[in-house]
Design a protein around this ligand. Structure first.
Ligand code: UD1
Length: 369
């Protein structure tokens, strides 16, 4: 504490971090008593992957930009650590807040642990139990080294207890991304994305970027085989992630995709456009973590093109179904939704738009004087 203020560094790096940090930054400002610094690692750097989210979500410009850019996992993690360490040494914060499960999250948490600076992890405790997934490594390491673990759901608390983490380091606060969704719905409705993309009837929204789906040419081809069938029955809108564009080109599959008449391709979309598209979709096909939750919050059926999920409440309580990347499984699940409307689901506990308030209160209680 300096001058009665809790000195906090909030860290963001990649697209899914922005909707998690936005409500926390705002709740700290509302609560008062915080001296905030926002650090952007630069893991994501294109305007479409980063800048547009600052505008859409009203996040202030970062105070510090580390400009790390792309690289292998080791390169990217190391670059964040090298650049972030002097920032922490210089600022001497009372606590650093990291969110989600991207490389930047883990790198920043490890830096703090080595400097003996407390680090709080928002969205702690999620586990897919799939260690081939880079994010799972990030989750396990981040939670092991962080001082305070702020969890979105009870399953996350159970996972942390199973890993031997003492209960006094764990605090259930709910799903902070839903704070952003609920506070943005009205503005999202004003988006003209449906007109811009020429959508005047039913459509499905598709997103794909997991290495297990797009870095493996056979898996990507199986997914395209399924899309080929589904797009004959329902238009598919596909905002393409840069990783996926690279892979489609590398495996010579881009032309096949662009020749499918029922598919509308677009570059990555901003938050408000994406939220509007999700809210009005007949179904969502995705391998994103965030969209599994957003569809549950909106009551839109979701088919997740993965074998597992670190967000099981979206399946047990929400609208999500895991289908993997097998062609026949994707096609039959999509057709079932087209014929019977799909899962209705209910809103999970603490998806109430107040998670950021609980996070800020918990941080003030733990680190305030
Ligand atoms: C990262 C996260 C993933 C998250 C996803 C959301 C990790 C391990 N992965 O995956 O959890 O779901 O972000 O998008 O942290 N690229 C650009 N412009 C950008 C960013 C990336 O062109 O602004 C390209 C680069 O070629 C880069 C590739 O996309 O090499 C992959 O980016 P990277 O940050 O390594 O991983 P993502 O697949 O985006």
């Amino acid at each position: 504490m300096r001058n009665g203020l809790l000195k906090v560094i909030n860290v963001v790096g990649a697209r899914p971090n922005f909707m998690k940090i936005a409500p926390i930054v705002k709740a700290m400002a509302r609560a008062g008593g915080f001296d905030q610094t926002l650090v952007h690692t630069g893991q994501h750097y294109d305007d479409a992957m980063s800048g547009v989210f600052f505008n859409d979500l009203g996040i202030p410009a970062p105070d510090v930009h580390l400009n790390v850019g792309p690289g292998t996992h080791a390169q990217q993690t190391a670059k964040v650590m090298l650049a972030f360490e002097p920032v922490v040494m210089d600022a001497k914060p009372d606590v650093v807040v990291v969110v989600g499960d991207v490389n930047s999250t883990m790198a920043a948490a490890v830096v703090c642990a080595k400097l003996c600076v407390p680090c709080a992890h928002v969205e702690a405790g999620l586990r897919s139990d799939d260690r081939t997934m880079p994010e799972e490594i990030n989750r396990v390491i981040t939670d092991a080294v962080c001082d305070f673990l702020l969890t979105p759901s009870r399953d996350a608390n159970d996972n942390l207890c199973r890993e031997g983490i003492p209960k006094d380091r764990i605090c259930l606060v709910g799903n902070v991304m839903i704070d952003t969704l609920l506070s943005s719905l009205q503005r999202a409705e004003e988006s003209d994305v449906l007109q811009r993309l020429g959508l005047d009837g039913a459509y499905a929204l598709l997103t794909l970027h997991r290495p297990s789906n797009v870095d493996d040419g056979d898996a990507l081809k199986r997914i395209l085989d399924a899309l080929e069938v589904v797009q004959r029955q329902l238009r598919i809108v596909f905002p393409i992630h840069p990783r996926t564009t690279n892979s489609l080109e590398k495996f010579g599959l881009m032309e096949r995709l662009t020749n499918m008449p029922g598919i509308t391709l677009t570059p990555p979309l901003g938050y408000l456009d994406c939220l509007k598209l999700t809210a009005h979709a007949k179904l969502v096909l995705t391998d994103s973590g965030g969209l599994q939750e957003e569809t549950t919050a909106l009551g839109v059926p979701c088919l997740t093109l993965r074998e597992n999920t670190e967000r099981p409440v979206t399946v047990t309580e929400g609208t999500n179904t895991l289908v993997g990347n097998d062609t026949a499984a994707i096609v039959s699940a999509a057709q079932e939704i087209l014929s019977n409307g799909g899962k209705r689901g209910r809103i999970p506990e603490l998806w109430d738009g107040k998670a950021a308030e609980r996070i800020v209160e918990a941080l003030a209680r733990r680190y305030g004087s």
